[in-house]
Every structure is written in structure tokens, then in C-alpha cells.
Design a protein around this ligand. Structure first.
Ligand SMILES: [Zn+2]
Length: 349
């Protein structure tokens, strides 16, 4: 109805007014069209994010986050993006491909946001006075610019050039995070998967998480810590086990005194029987200080030797895998989608 009135009006009006209206319409179209096509593609904008988390992001963008420096037991205030630079600098070699570093920045930002929300919702007994800590086993490792540069200088590396790469990775992905069902995901990552990442529930138990599924990742053996081995004398082995399991007994003369009972599809040990004790691969990894749960062992006359593939828990993004994908032309968006199933990558700016 309104359109008909407009046409009737335009038909009756003077030519100059008609041209003015057409001119305005043309300008509106030229500026609006690119937006219509760009929005909602790879990086949906803030509007698609749910309000509660948007507010938390806005909050930590405008007020600093509190970081517990575990080395000095000191809580310091800093901007989120400043903190992310320190996380990337501590968690991934700066010599890695720039797209891998960008993926790491997005993963680190997402992981932090998830932790902060989790701590705000269900409390945080380990550091109630800080949003995050610098213990990599609880939150993420962190190394500030000064200390990072000093470490590189000590090794004779081009520190300023390396720091520039960290800055570029963080600044060029400013505000970008990974979400699933409009929530920042648990963006786990590890150094090297050994060729295949792991389903989250096979590492820490609990339920399946749809975006943390095992995926293949090639070129992992290009990494210098892809394989490792550790050996223990019978005595050392016994002592380590007894410390954890006081009733532990083993008869090393028996061929089957140690047996791997179950492995996952990615070859990680799920269950291992050692003497009279049956433990998970994750516990065995912890107890014997193995780099991953993808291991085998050899019993010789007086010692037990473990042969290990990969480095880390194997859940989420493999950092060496990300670097390999980047070498093969993947950008950070494609890298993230490779490791996290069905997620959205959202720019919150
Ligand atoms: Zn923490």
C-alpha cells in the first residue's frame, strides 16, 4: 500500500525531486549491499552472540582482568589482549607460521573467556582473587614481553622481530573467539598429537563434547619432541608405584606383570595393568612423567622402558599440526575448523 502511494507520488512530482530521491536510493544501495553480503559469513558479528557473554567480554575489554602470576604469587591487572600476547608468547614458539600463531591467539582468548565465565558462574577455589592464573595445568602459561624478550636474547635470537609476530597474531585477531551454541568453547590445545587428536571424554572422562572429537593431523613427526622415551630400574618403578598405591605388588619375573589392556582409536592407552593395580593411561602418564598416553613399553633384564609418541593430552588443537596446516596454506579460520567440530568463529568487535 505504501509503495503504491510512493509510486503515485513519484509519478506526479516534479522531475528535480524525482532525481533527488533516486540519487538518495542509489547511495543507500551502494553502501548497504556490501554489508548485506559480508555479514554472517565467516565471522558473524557481535549481534549473534548471546547477551550474557557479550557483556562479560565488554566488561573485560573495558576493565582489566586480574592475573595471578604463580611464580611470585602476585595478582596484576591487565587488559585481556595484553594478557593474550603473554599467553601466546609462552604457549607457542613465535617462529611458527603466522596463521598458526593467529589460531593460537584465538584459541587462547577463547579458552580464557571460557575460564573467566566458568569461574564467575561456579566459583574458583584455586585463585578466588584472580580471573586467571599463569599455571599451565590450571589456566594457561604466560610470559610478559620483558621476560620473553630476555629469554630470546639469551638464546641469541632476533627478539624484537619474534615479539612483532606475537603482536601481529593477537592484534590482527582482536576480539575473535570460537563459540558453540553461542558459548565460548573449551578450547583445549596441546603441543603434538602424534598424528591423531583425542575425544575429550577418553582423556578426562565425563560426557562427550561435540566439538572435541578425534581428528587426523599430518606432519606431526616433523616435531623434535614427536617421540621420546623414559626408563626406570625395577626399583625406581616399584617405588614410584608404591608411593601412589601403597598396596602395590609386582613380580618382574612374570612376562605379563605389565600389560596394556585397552587403547583408543588414536592408539592412546586407556587401561594398563601393572602388577596388582589397574590404572588409566592418563594416570600412568602422570605417575611416570610421560609426554603422552600414546606409549608402549619394553621390559628388559633390570628396567622398564617407555616409548612415547606425541606431546600433551591430545585434546583440541595440535600446535605442530596447526603449524603444518599453515605451511600448507590454511588460514587461522580453516585451522580452527579442522580441530574443533562445527564451531562458529565470531568477531566480538
Ligand atoms: Zn588458574
Amino acid at each position: 500500500m505504501h509503495i503504491l502511494i510512493l509510486f503515485e507520488y513519484m509519478y506526479n512530482m516534479k522531475k528535480t525531486r524525482y532525481y533527488i530521491i533516486m540519487y538518495v536510493l542509489a547511495i543507500v544501495l551502494v553502501f548497504a549491499l556490501p554489508n548485506i553480503f559480508v555479514k554472517g559469513n565467516i565471522l558473524p558479528n557481535k549481534g549473534q552472540y548471546n547477551n550474557e557473554e557479550k557483556n562479560i567480554y565488554d566488561f573485560i575489554e573495558t576493565t582489566n582482568i586480574k592475573v595471578l602470576l604463580t611464580s611470585t604469587n602476585q595478582v596484576v591487572d591487565m587488559g585481556l589482549e595484553e594478557y593474550i600476547k603473554g599467553v601466546v608468547s609462552a604457549e607457542m614458539p613465535a617462529s611458527y607460521e603466522i596463521e598458526a600463531l593467529k589460531a593460537q591467539a584465538v584459541v587462547a582468548r577463547t579458552y580464557s573467556l571460557n575460564k573467566i565465565i566458568e569461574h564467575k558462574n561456579s566459583g574458583n577455589t584455586l585463585h578466588p582473587d584472580a580471573d586467571v592464573c599463569t599455571d599451565s595445568t590450571h589456566c594457561q602459561a604466560y610470559l610478559d614481553k620483558e621476560n620473553r624478550i630476555k629469554k630470546w636474547n639469551d638464546k641469541g635470537e632476533d627478539a624484537l622481530q619474534l615479539w612483532d609476530r606475537i603482536e601481529e597474531a593477537v592484534l590482527s585477531t582482536n576480539g575473535v573467539i570460537i563459540t558453540y551454541n553461542a558459548q565460548p568453547i573449551k578450547a583445549f590445545f596441546h603441543a603434538n598429537s602424534g598424528g591423531k587428536t583425542e575425544n575429550v571424554e577418553l582423556v578426562w572422562g565425563g560426557g562427550e563434547i561435540p566439538y572435541l572429537k578425534s581428528v587426523e593431523t599430518s606432519g606431526e613427526n616433523n616435531y623434535n619432541q614427536y617421540s621420546s622415551n623414559v626408563s626406570f630400574t625395577y626399583n625406581e618403578f616399584k617405588q614410584i608405584m608404591k608411593e601412589k598405591y601403597p598396596t602395590f605388588e609386582i613380580d618382574f619375573s612374570k612376562d605379563d606383570c605389565i600389560s596394556i589392556d585397552d587403547r583408543s582409536d588414536s592408539d592412546r592407552v586407556q587401561k594398563i595393568t601393572v602388577g596388582n593395580v589397574s590404572i588409566s593411561g592418563t594416570d600412568a602418564r602422570k605417575i611416570f612423567g610421560l609426554k603422552s598416553t600414546n606409549f608402549d613399553f619394553k621390559k628388559s633384564e633390570d628396567k622398564i622402558e617407555f616409548f612415547v609418541i606425541g606431546y600433551g593430552h591430545g585434546v583440541g588443537m595440535s600446535q605442530t599440526g596447526a603449524n603444518e596446516l599453515a605451511k600448507n596454506g590454511y588460514d587461522y579460520i580453516k585451522i580452527i575448523h579442522h580441530y574443533y567440530n562445527d564451531v562458529d568463529i565470531i568477531n566480538m568487535e
